[in-house]
Design a protein around this ligand. Structure first.
Ligand SMILES: [Zn+2]
Length: 113
């Protein structure tokens, strides 16, 4: 059961054919017992994903390698390593780490990251 971060009431969960959608105020999330997203979290995840995707889209590493690297960096199991599950601060980490990693892959910066 989750509660709305805005009005603190119990969130309404509706079963749709795409899965469970939770909704209250102008916030929503997908999946059972998944906390509602604020617009900021939504935005943070989007930009984290953009930076992270550049790693494997650059072809300098495979998608699988990129996820393995990220899981290791964040000290998470690969199963839990999904940007859609991350909070804002984790998203900022992903963004920062990915930018650094890409630079290194492209050979613009030295060091172990
Ligand atoms: Zn609400």
């Amino acid at each position: 059961m989750t509660f709305c971060p805005k009005c603190k009431k119990r969130v309404k969960s509706i079963k749709t054919r795409y899965g469970v959608r939770n909704q209250c105020c102008d916030l929503w999330s997908w999946g059972e017992n998944v906390p509602l997203e604020t617009k900021w979290t939504h935005h943070a995840r989007k930009s984290a994903h953009e930076e992270f995707d550049k790693l494997w889209k650059s072809k300098l590493m495979s998608r699988k390698e990129a996820y393995t690297w990220l899981a290791k960096k964040l000290d998470l199991s690969k199963k839990k390593c999904h940007i859609k599950l991350f909070n804002e601060s984790q998203c900022f980490d992903v963004e920062r780490l990915s930018m650094k990693k890409l630079k290194r892959l492209e050979g613009k910066e030295n060091g172990n990251s």
